[in-house]
Design a protein around this ligand. Structure first.
Ligand SMILES: [Fe+2]
Ligand SMILES: [Fe+2]
Length: 296
């Protein structure tokens, strides 16, 4: 157990659970809120449908080890992590209600997710489910970077939804090491388990997202030719050189390095700007706009 005081989290990256933030999600937001582009919009929408059940699962898997944590710093971090994730689930549920009104089968998606995750918890050891959580946290931290590092990704987004993702990104960065620390210091999971669970999450997460997007395109009434066009263009946007994914591959691969720790790299350069503007205005949309504006 690493004693308190040796926590590698930079002092100004506090884990702050922020509650009751109003993103104006009940407002008149266009269906294709990301530049009018169905693929890009549904990519983010599909992830949003996974968050409430997914984040509940993360909380449960970290909570499994709560009684074994003796480090008071880590114990407090776990508490704050759970409060942040709980809040994310609530805000994404509010957002997902918009999707429901568009005909997206959000309830069915959540039921299926619950069933799958419940089954995994039944048959797999607790180190596996915690490993899954730590791996997913690494992925969300990477996404926090890739969605906001380059301005073009979110340039044409509705500022309210962009702000919701900016806030989520900021908090994912703040707590990015918590599940990992519980996995390595408390559960003392092996290197093999860490890597194995990362490989599993790397395969399942995009697959599941794509399946939900496919459902959404059908709900939206696109014929098969249109859908083929959307996928062709959209997958190129995701996987082309300089696209959303390839530039962050080196960051992703760091997880496989023995001795890796989330705070060794990957600080979010726009984090301070978000904190500053949110501190001055208490307005998450202004803070989201400011974070977005720091992109290159
Ligand atoms: Fe989250
Ligand atoms: Fe998280």
């Amino acid at each position: 157990m690493e004693p308190a005081g040796q926590n590698p989290r930079p002092a100004h990256y506090e884990i702050v659970p922020r509650q009751g933030l109003d993103f104006g999600l009940d407002g008149d937001i266009p269906k294709y809120w990301l530049g009018g582009d169905p693929f890009k919009t549904r990519f983010f929408d599909a992830m949003s449908t996974l968050f409430p059940e997914g984040e509940k699962f993360f909380i449960t898997c970290v909570r499994d080890y709560r009684d074994q944590i003796t480090d008071p710093v880590l114990n407090q971090e776990v508490k704050d992590f759970m409060r942040q994730e709980g809040q994310h689930g609530m805000v994404h549920t509010q957002f997902n209600n918009r999707l429901k009104a568009q005909g997206v089968g959000v309830d069915g998606i959540e039921e299926q997710m619950k069933r799958i995750l419940g089954r995994i918890r039944k048959i797999m050891p607790r180190t596996f489910t915690l490993g899954q959580t730590a791996a997913a946290e690494h992925m969300t931290a990477i996404m926090a970077h890739s969605f906001f590092h380059r301005r073009e990704v979110m340039e044409d987004a509705d500022p309210r939804i962009r702000a919701m993702y900016a806030w989520h990104a900021v908090e994912e960065i703040e707590h990015k090491a918590v599940a990992y620390d519980v996995l390595t210091k408390v559960a003392k999971a092996s290197y093999f388990m860490r890597i194995f669970t990362m490989l599993y999450v790397s395969l399942i997460f995009p697959l599941h997202t794509f399946m939900i997007m496919s459902h959404m395109f059908k709900v939206d009434g696109f014929g098969w030719r249109q859908r083929a066009g959307l996928w062709f263009k959209g997958l190129w946007w995701l996987y082309k050189p300089g696209g959303l994914y390839l530039p962050v591959i080196p960051h992703y691969l760091k997880y496989y390095v023995p001795g890796y720790h989330p705070w060794k790299e990957g600080k979010m350069f726009s984090y301070e700007r978000w904190l500053e503007v949110f501190g001055q205005t208490n307005d998450p949309i202004a803070a989201g706009n400011a974070l977005h504006a720091t992109g290159i």
